[in-house]
Design a protein around this ligand. Sequence first.
Ligand code: MN9
Length: 300
Amino acid sequence: MPKFSLKQISGVVPAMLSTFGEDEKLDLKRARALTSHLCEKKIGGLYLTGSTGEGFMMTAEERKAFVEAVIDEVDGRVPVIVHAGAISTAASEDLARHAAKAGADAISSVPPIYWRFSDDSIAGYYADLVQAAGLPMIVYNIALAGLVSFEMIRRLGAIDGVEGIKYTSTTHYDMFRIKEALGEDFRVYSGSDEMAVSGLAFGSDGIIGSTYNLLADLFIRLDEQMKAGDLAGAERTQKEANRLIFCLLRYDLLPALKLLLKSEENVDAGICRRPFTRYAPDQQAEIIADFRGIKRELGL
Ligand code: MN9
């Protein structure tokens, strides 16, 4: 039985980085270190093995081992959502079932990728996953996997067990429409970190994103400002955060996040798997200097 319902998942949810050692091998010690670092902050949960978590770079066994280690380290402190998407329904079902057994509170998945599956196939995929896991499903709508239409969101939301969506798109007016079509209880999580204020203003229940691995404090402040009705304050925080995010986006995002976690937060999340960029020492120094320059300007 999950400890948290989706209603209890809100606030800032880092899409957690997965941790690999210098040899690209999965490193569970580093996974635990990053987990405990993030859990010391007022985060609203963790989202595992998705795009930020290099899930599609990992074998099923590695994904399972990572999920188990993180859930063990979290020890019930915050809700855990596991991205169970894989290339076939059967492989995803296996991951979804495992997530449930391991103690996850919810599962999530991008629509099946690579082939252009029909709407019927995509709907069937989500129904099968919910069935396999017996956990609430958060559909993951992201351009990387091919955005689904509003009509399709409505159709997927009507599937028993599909209880929310991670909405990584910039058309935030659809967040209102999703709630109108599927009810206020249908959970919407905003996925564009650069637009967290907008996502929250347009009715999303929380924010799930990659940069919260590094910038959780700023976004927790932003979330609190939004909750307090301090829109002007939240906008100021978003502008600050965006200067840092745009700096990150000048580089390969995931390797840059790992590099800066180490230099700025003293947390060693290791490296990314190839073909993500592996920065040479002089490039690393340049990225760190670039990021620190902006932090200094912002007085952070
Ligand atoms: O949904 C992430 N999207 C992608 C999550 O990875 C494409 C976001 O958190 C972005 O990484 C972030 C930076 O652009 O907004």
